[in-house]
Design a protein around this ligand. Sequence first.
Ligand SMILES: [Mn+2]
Length: 321
Amino acid sequence: MYKKIYKKIKKYNNIVIARHIGPDPDCLAAQIALRDIIKNKFPPKNVYAVGVSAAKFYHFGRLDKIRTPLPKEDSLLIVVDTPDEERIDGTIVNDFAYSIKIDHHPFDKKFCDIELVDEEASSACQMIVDLCNKTRLRLDKETASKLFLGIVSDTNRFLYYYTTPHTFELVAQLVRKFNLDIEELYAKLYYRSLNEVRLQGYIAMNMIVTENRLGYIKIPVDKISEFGVDSSSAGNMINEFNNIMEIITWAAFSQDAKNEVIRGNIRSRGPVINVLASKYGGGGHKYASGVRLDSWEKVDKFIADLDELCKKYLEEHPETK
Ligand SMILES: [Mn+2]
């Protein structure tokens, strides 16, 4: 399949690389690195990385605007890190003669001509490294650094279960071959403002914990502006609440004034949460999912369902620590 993907990349002169809405470091790094990898190999091609940009992750590189429509018959779409067509940011599959999906989320629906889905892969970035190793595409220090950061970010510094020996092998390969300065790279990913730390403290102080060991917090838009952060970084803060004895599932609901949605970020160390998330139009991984809801009433309903999920889980797994 890798060879087939390479052939298609070679064939088309216009290549658009897309990823999911609500960008995170993994999808951005995969998208931007893949664009630059293809550009380096085939300089005459027009290669675009599309979608809304995220100020917080500007260091991954710029995204592209497509000014004039591309000729469909000579255009290829590559969608990274996105299991469902509805969540593609900035383009649609129908505008392309051919499409390729490269994803590590649980398989949802087929919407591309070639689908490279590896649910065991830690990250989309890991799959791009694999793609380079198995074809004539080549990494350089710049793209290797970005892919390293994507892997580090999606595994939360190699904490999550889908961090495999293969992940470590690839990371070792990147670090050795390109002599990556790990400390400098980590700083890019983990430097944060005091305001963010203060918001984290606010979440810790105000998280509600149910008797079924669900921890959740609702962060209205005025709170978010009080701390001077944006709603996506507020939501991402949920990653900092791992390994807390009292809770098995934890979620943050942050209101996004611009899009008039409430973003829910959910993490779990027991109950599988993505099935419930997809019932509410969201999705993601088994233990790391997201939803976008349009009212606080829906948020409350979602929380009640999530709590029910925790209750069931604890009944079925009385040994849970
Ligand atoms: Mn990912």
